[in-house]
Design a protein around this ligand. Structure first.
Ligand code: CDP
Length: 215
């Protein structure tokens, strides 16, 4: 069973995807980390994230980088959003994500284009969202916990800029797949959001089984 979880920054998609992976005992991949690793590698190599050739050169990163906490910073998130708009960067990371999705037991992946590009055949697809203000509050709290003194206004401005860049880009823009279930977490607790996510997955999987049975 492949479960695709997409959505914008701080919508709760990571928390929900991890909980689904635990619930269904499936391996989990946070695909944002791959783009973040490319962004961080661009910085380390002193390349220009806006230049496609530079960003592609940074795709060949050491896997140990994926465990580095530096990837969680907001600056790296911004770099990730810039490099991820290049079609050749997306192409360079595509096979790795597809291979992960197609493990025999299945997988849970979260990102922006899992339901549309990486695993259009997923058994269940969720598009998780929340209002920009609520997402900014969550991200701000997260960043503060990590010792950052960034202001909430700056976080909100970054979130809006990133939403715009992610949804307006030509290559695999962030849009809900036609068959994705929408899950708005604005006014849900983490527990309630996870419960709802499981219900939505069950509903999609059961519907697919019924359709298959009736040919
Ligand atoms: O949750 P947050 O947006 O802060 O971070 P993320 O999911 O780690 O993604 C960082 C950036 O990588 C996003 O802003 C997207 O531009 C990009 N990304 C993407 O283009 N496609 C994906 N499947 C995952 C992330």
């Amino acid at each position: 069973m492949i479960i695709a979880v997409d959505g914008p920054a701080a919508s709760g998609k990571g928390t929900i995807a991890r909980a689904l992976a635990k619930h269904y005992r499936l391996p989990y991949l946070d695909t944002g980390l791959l783009y973040r690793a490319v962004g961080e590698n661009v910085r380390r190599l002193e390349l220009d994230p806006e230049k496609e050739a530079d960003a592609v050169a940074a795709c060949d990163f050491d896997d140990h980088l994926l465990d580095d906490d530096v990837l969680r910073s907001d600056d790296v998130g911004k770099l990730a959003s810039i490099v991820s708009a290049h079609p050749l960067v997306r192409a360079a990371l595509l096979h790795r994500q597809r291979r992960f999705a197609r493990q025999p037991e299945g997988a849970v992946l979260d990102g922006r284009d899992i339901g549309t590009v990486i695993a259009p055949d997923a058994s269940a697809k969720l598009f998780v969202r929340a209002t920009p203000t609520i997402r900014a509050r969550r991200r701000h709290a997260e960043l503060r916990e990590r010792g950052s003194s960034v202001s909430i206004d700056r976080v909100l401005a970054d979130i809006r800029a990133r939403d715009l860049r992610d949804s307006m880009r030509a290559a695999a823009p962030m849009v809900p797949a036609n068959d994705a279930a929408l899950l708005d977490t604005s006014f849900l607790s983490i527990e309630a959001a996870i419960k709802r996510a499981i219900e939505l997955v069950e509903r999609q999987v059961n519907l697919k089984a019924e359709n298959a049975a009736h040919g």
